[in-house]
Each structure stands twice: as structure tokens, then as C-alpha cells.
Ligand binder design. Structure first.
Ligand code: ATP
Ligand code: AH0
Length: 387
């Protein structure tokens, strides 16, 4: 069987840039295999990044500004696709997640009425398809949301086929702007239905904002966690923050910068004043919130603790965070997906390439146990090009 060459494009809640992955895919489920030919992060032009962050923080924009922003994002996504395949024969398909600027989970009104969620990813797929002349799948979240789901997380089905283990219970922990986990029992007959997944809460979002605040914008993140490692966490504050509702909601659940964004950080900084914490102590305390919220959610919502945790996303490079996670997890083995052959930095971009490939083959991409949707659905809208 010939492999299909697909480009996956993703920009997540960190809004740092576009992760582009050029992959070759063969197989469909248990025989699925993905080879990463090239992976690159293309930083957003600073002015565009600023506009996106403002919209994510709830700043009002006009419809005309929204239209302009949508296509400015589409253009940099299309350029990322062109760049990543330089030197290779053209890909036959693009899976473009786009840029999330708003995410509202499904919610209850009173006792009996449930409203659908709403999730907006900018960067029109039709514009990317037209620019690259490659069929582009986009808008992956809306079909799951229409089926009553959160529209997130969508990566778990890909995790299941690429990362599950024949004997061990695994957690795949992504630490991007927001953290999310996929919990998988060993592969067996009804293994797919036993998978659980949810957004664990803040990944790096609060940490990045705090670093930018303390460095007056000269640093964008805490490289390797060095700054936090020079301070001490205030455990009383971590306990106080962990009492927040989101951490106690049972899955399926999803969140975003709407909750764990600028306002949340301001509240944290205010709380820190009572303890007269240094910037390093604040960073250590926020890092501890990320680590504890992840591990507590395993203890609260899983039937059993995993044998191994595989980290991915930018936060997997934060050594201080990784050490805190290992300490809280005790004897559980903590590795990164790199350690078992799947690139940790580009896993999400790779996943959207696989989701696009499944869409073309008519294979559902969501896992109802992960998103809460009433059924499996085909994910993504197809933007065809003339052949
Ligand atoms: N060497 C490093 N040390 C510490 N943190 C790092 C390092 N490299 C990246 N990061 C963190 O990872 C973040 C980017 O991670 P990633 O690209 O996985 O996020 P994302 O895809 O935008 O988010 P999400 O998964 O929520 O959609 C950066 O903002 C930074 O906080
Ligand atoms: C709405 C949205 O963009 N959600 C992202 C975000 O970033 C991490 C977490 O929150 C996750 O649930 C989701 O992305 C991954 C790629 C997913 O859908 O699996």
C-alpha cells in the first residue's frame, strides 16, 4: 500500500506559532503508521499574535476586523504548509486545525435544558486550499459539538492507535497552553470504549503570562523551568487554587484561555501578595498548580493510576515541571512520547494530519467517551480544489 502524504497544521492555546508536520500515513486503525518527514514551528508575526491574544482575552472586534483576522491567519497557515513541504513532492491533503479564539463547552440552563457548546477556530480552510492547491480539511470541532460533545479533546483517538500499549495502562499528557490527558487501558476487545480523556486545566498558559509579566515582556516562557526552579512553591496557595470548580468537575470536560487566561493570572498574583512571594516563588507555585491539577485529576477520575505517563507538548521540555510531576506520581514511569518514537513537539500537528486522512476515508475521528458526544462522527469540513 502506498503511503498518503499529508500536512498537519496546528496552533494551540499558547498562540506561539503554527506547528506544521509533513507526514506519511499508512493503515487505518490498529495497523495505522505515521512517519514524520518534516516538522517546524513558524512563529506568528508579532502584530498578528497580539491581535489573536487580544481576541482570546475577550476584546471586542467588529465583523470586518474578524474577517480580516480570519484570512490573515489562513494566509500564514497556508504559507506554513507551503514551507514544510519544500523539497518534497506535494502533499495530497492538509488537515488544518486553525487557531482557537473562543471555546465554550456545552452547558446546562436550569434543570432540563442543555445548550450546545461553541468553538471558533480561525483560518478558513477554503483559503488554505486555494493558496496551496491542496484539498484541506478544517473546522474539526463543530460536528462533535453538534452531536452534544465538547469538540475537545480530539486527539485521543489518534493517541489510541499510535500510543496504546499491549499490557500497560497509559496516560498521554499534553502540556500546551492548556493541559489534556488521554487515559488508555491495555489494548483488548473493548479497549476503545474504556478510553477516557479531558482537559486537565492550565498547562503553560498561566506560567507564560506570569513570565511575560515579571520580565516586562523580555521573556515569553520559563525555559526548562529554570526560573521556577530557583523559587519555592507555596503549597497553601496551591491547595486554595485547587478548590476551584473546574478541577472538581467530572469528565468529559474542556476548557481554554477563557478560564485559565489573563484574569485568572491576575487573581493568582493578587493571592500571592498575601504570602509576599518573590517572582520565582510565584512561578514555582503556578507550576505546582499545573502539576498537581494533572495528578489530582488522575487520582479523582480514573479507575486506577496508569503504569506510565507519556508527556508531549511544549511543557514536556520544562524540566522543573517534569520533576514535580514525577515526584507527585511516585512509582509511575514518566517519559515523553519522543522516548517511544512519536515526536512530542509535533504530536498535535501529526494528529490533525491523521484526522484529515480519516475524514477522507470516511472514518470517524472523535471518541464519544472523550468529548461527551452522543455518537461517533466524521470530523472536519472538506475544502476541495480543482484537479
Ligand atoms: N524549553 C522549554 N522549556 C519550558 N517550556 C517550554 C519549552 N519549550 C516550550 N515550552 C512551553 O510550551 C509552550 C508551547 O507549547 P505547545 O506548542 O505544545 O502549546 P500549544 O500547542 O499552543 O497549546 P495547546 O496544546 O493547549 O493547544 C510555550 O508557550 C512554553 O510555555
Ligand atoms: C478548543 C481547543 O482548541 N482546545 C484545545 C486546547 O489545547 C489543549 C486542549 O485545549 C485540547 O482539548 C484542545 O486541543 C487538542 C489538540 C485536542 O483537541 O485534542
Amino acid at each position: 500500500m502506498h503511503p498518503t502524504r499529508v500536512i498537519g497544521l496546528m496552533s494551540g492555546t499558547s498562540v506561539d506559532g503554527i506547528d506544521a508536520a509533513l507526514v506519511e500515513i499508512v493503515g487505518t486503525d490498529l495497523d495505522l503508521k505515521v512517519e514524520l518527514l518534516a516538522g517546524e514551528t513558524y512563529p506568528y508575526p508579532p502584530e498578528l499574535q497580539e491581535r489573536i491574544l487580544a481576541v482570546c482575552a475577550g476584546e471586542a472586534i467588529s465583523m470586518a476586523e474578524l474577517a480580516e483576522l480570519d484570512d490573515a491567519i489562513a494566509l500564514v497557515f497556508a504559507q506554513a504548509a507551503q514551507n514544510i513541504q519544500t523539497g518534497y513532492p506535494p502533499a495530497t491533503l492538509i488537515g488544518s486545525h486553525g487557531q482557537t479564539v473562543y471555546h465554550l463547552p456545552p452547558h446546562k440552563h436550569g434543570e432540563n435544558h442543555q445548550s450546545l457548546g461553541y468553538s471558533l477556530q480561525l483560518g478558513r480552510g477554503a483559503v488554505i486550499a486555494n493558496y496551496t492547491n491542496i484539498t484541506t480539511i478544517s473546522n474539526f470541532r463543530v460536528a462533535d459539538i453538534a452531536a452534544g460533545g465538547h469538540g475537545a479533546p480530539l486527539v485521543p483517538r489518534v493517541d489510541a492507535y499510535l500510543l496504546s500499549h499491549p499490557q500497560e495502562y497509559s496516560c498521554i499528557q499534553n502540556i500546551g497552553g492548556i493541559g489534556n490527558v488521554t487515559y488508555m487501558p491495555p489494548r483488548c476487545d473493548d479497549w476503545l470504549t474504556q478510553i477516557r480523556a479531558w482537559d486537565t486545566g492550565p498547562g503553560n498558559s498561566l506560567l507564560d503570562l506570569a513570565v511575560q509579566n515579571f520580565s516586562n515582556g523580555t521573556k515569553s516562557y520559563d525555559e526548562n523551568g529554570d526560573w521556577a526552579a530557583s523559587g519555592n512553591p507555596c503549597f497553601a496557595l496551591v491547595e486554595q487554587w485547587l478548590s476551584q470548580d473546574y478541577f472538581h468537575l467530572p469528565p468529559p470536560k474542556s476548557t481554554g484561555r477563557e478560564l485559565f487566561g489573563v484574569n485568572y493570572l491576575h487573581q493568582c498574583l493578587q493571592d500571592c501578595q498575601a504570602y509576599q512571594l518573590s517572582p520565582a516563588d510565584v512561578l514555582a507555585t503556578i507550576t505546582e498548580l499545573t502539576a498537581s491539577s494533572i495528578v489530582n485529576s488522575y487520582r479523582n477520575f480514573l479507575q486506577r493510576m496508569p503504569d506510565r505517563v507519556l508527556l508531549c507538548g511544549g511543557g514536556s521540555r520544562n524540566l522543573y515541571l517534569r520533576n514535580r510531576l514525577q515526584l507527585l506520581l511516585g512509582s509511575v514511569t514518566v517519559l515523553t512520547t519522543d522516548d517511544i518514537g512519536l515526536n512530542a513537539a509535533f504530536k498535535e500537528a501529526i494528529a490533525f494530519a491523521v484526522l484529515a486522512y480519516w475524514r477522507q476515508l470516511g472514518i470517524p475521528g472523535n471518541l464519544p467517551t472523550a468529548t461527551g458526544a452522543i455518537q461517533e462522527v466524521l470530523l472536519g469540513e472538506v475544502n476541495l480544489v480543482k484537479t
